[in-house]
Design a protein around this ligand. Sequence first.
Ligand code: C5P
Length: 236
Amino acid sequence: MLKFNYSNIPKIIIALDFYNRKEAMKLVHLLDPSLFYLKIGKEMFTILGKKFINELHQLGFNVFLDLKFHDIPNTVFNAIKAAADLGVWMLSVHASGGKKMLISAKKALKSFKKRPLLIAITALTSLQEKDLKDIGIQISLQNYILILSKLSRDCGLDGVVCPGKAAEKVKLICGSKYKIITPGIRCSDDFSFDQSQIITPKQAKKFLIDYIVIGRSVTTSKNPMKKLNSIIESMQ
Ligand code: C5P
């Protein structure tokens, strides 16, 4: 198992995006739960549900349940409550669901003694400037991210998922304690796949990102642990 020290480098969340439990567990068993966080998204949760989350909890992992809720306030309130009941470490909603939805999501966690962190998705890292225009948004990607980050902070959320290149500005506007989680992490020899806003692990450290989400860079690698080790070394 990989052992390293987290001083001054972003914490690592592994995006466990596999199509079946067996493949996912092959990687999970190689990871130290005291060092790596696991992200379960729509794909694995739809296939395996809460039993799988419980299994990961029993192994000692902190789980980010990344279901990116985006619905009317009442539905999001109930969905967040149900998700928090699973005992996960972090949850996500889309900031573009608006102020009332974000406030409702936060309210849903009020009754929990040990509540999950509530994080808002700003712009998907797969989006480009022109994709915003396609959906009628006429401002720059950067401004869109900053507006949604500020709105989420004002609604009491704990942080945002945002592209790496916007991270420094988000921290400046929302404060250094506001958590930044960044997907779209790629080493120079990686495929970008469907991601547009990509940065290297080294840039993530420079941009003072709190958590990086690493998916296909590691999960499609022939030797995932060697790849993970080289990512960690590149940040140290
Ligand atoms: O494989 P890759 O490293 O591109 O994985 C990125 C992960 O981060 C995926 O699980 C994806 O759902 C998630 N994500 C993202 N962009 C966001 C929020 C989450 O790519 N804005």
